[in-house]
Design a protein around this ligand. Structure first.
Ligand code: TXE
Length: 515
């Protein structure tokens, strides 16, 4: 576990001084730990240890690896209070945000990957449909990449850091996890728990540090899974290009929610409020903007205001003590303030909220903005805070056009009483994950691939692709022995040549009748 030292004064929130990082509780302002900012040389040492541990880890097979991770699932639940209080202390999120999303997701993901990893990575015999290879055996198979680097953000220090390590480990890789410098304590606690459950040394190592540590990690590993901002994602990809290291990137988003006139307004309003404010709005798939068809706009807004005005915000000290927690970083709080100020300067109205919360912690009040449009950063840039900008639109076509008017394409949702229409409209939304009469919770469905379009990233997590990206694919073609040579090898014979190519032309040249 981390060295806890609250006596030394450091500048706060992951910044620290020189080779040390100060970790702060954003809900109280208290410095709760100091950790090393690891230099590149230290990352190189971790990589040597990881590569040395990998063959034995791979040799354990799916069953052996699964046994360790299944045991760890038990550890996680036995130590739930400790894990939750660590998450709450370094993020400032509420007890429920830590339990419901972080713990429930991770428990489910451990169960899922332990059970299904082998099936997704099983060797497959492929049916031959290509004439010239008829009679040969075609096989695809997977092997671990070796050493995987995971660079995590601060908003979900369990889900978006260790959560991505689970399939990588089940695939037989060793992992170096670089958590955000803002929230490294959860990853260190998880590494302790894994060691208690028998994970061999070197299989999962935690590299604490800032951006430079992340950059050094990119140089050392066989694949990078990155979650964070689009700007940093581009830097990671550029650095990975130097060594042709594959990357999977989950980046920013500006997820729209559309409310059509025939929607169940109570359901839509509950979802808009909950999924924009959950985790203080600091979720990659948060509802960031809402478009409402004009006939139901006033009714929808009245319901939103009833709900937002009852939200309790503050430092979470246990079950149901607060609904919306702190802003995890000072920089993020400033972004939220900037977006609200920009919107107001261009004609938006703040119906509730619109200020920093009182007290020592870093809070921003749950905020509803109306009279917004796409000239405002609040509608076009990722806000990542407890804000809910709501725009009136003429019809579904205008809502779709505005929803797609974004460089991002992570997630989107649409509320309508007509499921079939919702299904049709969902396919016109430019986002990697779309919900009809739901939002955000699709992330919890580990069976369903989840990845962004446009500036929201590349690659995906979850589903078959969520583990195959941590493997090298090999294809095999195995020929039988009874022929000394293939019919079209040297020396060419006119008779075989004519028969072969004549036959092929007949086969491929047959034109389909039209009309
Ligand atoms: O992210 P960064 P930040 C969005 C959100 C937020 C913005 C910035 O809008 O305002 O990103 O957040 C490591 N090479 N999201 O500044 O910089 C860094 O140490 C390698 C959306 O915290 O992307 C940290 O571990 N690594 C997001 C991680 O990258 C580098 C969740 C993320 O930091 C690096 C969080 C470098 N050059 C914020 N520089 C989501 N998609 O959920 C930094 N890092």
């Amino acid at each position: 576990m981390a060295t806890v030292d609250t006596t030394t004064a450091h500048s706060t929130n992951g910044r620290g001084a020189g080779a040390e990082i100060a970790v702060e509780n954003p809900a109280t302002g208290e410095v709760i730990a100091h950790l090393p900012d690891m230099p590149a040389a230290r990352i190189a040492e971790l990589a040597i240890a990881g590569r040395a541990a990998q063959p034995a880890w791979e040799a354990l097979g799916f069953e052996g690896r699964g046994a360790v991770l299944a045991d760890f699932r038990g550890w996680l639940m036995d130590n739930a209070d400790r894990v939750v209080s660590t998450i709450v202390s370094e993020t400032g999120k509420t007890y429920e945000d830590a339990n419901l999303i972080e713990l429930v997701y991770t428990g489910g993901a451990l169960r899922f990957w332990v059970k299904h990893a082998e099936r997704f990575l099983a060797e497959e015999t492929v049916r031959v449909r290509t004439l010239v290879v008829a009679g040969k055996k075609l096989v695809t198979r997977y092997e671990p990449l070796g050493l995987v680097g995971i660079i995590g953000p601060w908003n979900y220090p369990l889900v978006n850091s260790f959560g991505d390590a689970i399939p990588a480990l089940m695939a037989g890789n060793c992992v170096i996890l670089k958590p955000s410098e803002i929230t490294p304590l959860t990853s260190l606690l998880i590494a302790d728990g894994l060691a208690e459950c028998g994970l061999p040394a070197g299989v999962l190592q935690v590299a604490t540090g800032r951006g430079a540590t992340g950059g050094a990690l990119v140089d050392e590993v066989d694949m990078i899974m990155f979650t964070g901002s689009t700007a940093t994602g581009k830097k990671v990809m550029a650095r990975a290009a130097e060594t042709l290291t594959p990357v999977s990137l989950e980046l920013g988003g500006k997820d729209p929610l559309i409310v059509l006139a025939d929607a169940d307004l109570e359901r839509a309003a509950n979802a808009a409020v909950y999924y924009s404010m959950l985790n203080g709005g600091q979720t990659c798939v948060s509802v960031e903007r809402v478009y409402v068809e004009a006939p139901v706009y006033d009714d929808f807004l009245a319901r939103i205001m009833d709900k937002v005005c009852t939200i309790r915000q503050g430092a979470s000290t246990g079950p149901a003590t607060a609904e919306v927690g702190a802003m995890t970083t000072g920089a993020q709080l400033e972004i939220v303030e900037r977006h609200v100020a920009d919107a107001v300067s261009k004609g938006a109205r703040v119906l509730t909220g619109g200020h920093r919360g009182a007290g020592t912690g870093r809070f921003y009040e749950p905020t509803v903005l109306v009279d917004v449009d796409h000239t405002m950063a609040a509608m076009t840039e990722e806000t990542f805070g407890p804000t809910l900008p709501i725009m009136r639109v003429a019809d579904a076509e205008e809502a779709l056009r505005l929803a797609n008017d974004s460089p991002y394409g992570l997630a989107a949702s649409i509320y309508t009483g007509d499921r079939e229409r919702g299904n049709r409209l969902a396919r016109r939304l430019q986002a990697g994950a779309v919900c009809v009469n739901d939002a955000l919770m699709n992330y919890m469905a580990v069976e369903l691939p989840m990845g962004g379009w446009k500036a929201s990233g590349m690659g995906s997590r979850h589903g078959a692709g969520g583990i195959r990206k941590y493997a090298k694919q090999q294809s095999l073609m195995i020929s039988r022995l009874h022929l000394k040579r293939e019919p079209f090898m040297f020396p060419y014979r006119a008779s075989t040549s004519k028969a072969l190519f004549g036959g092929l032309r007949l086969l491929f040249g047959r034109r389909r009748k039209r009309g």
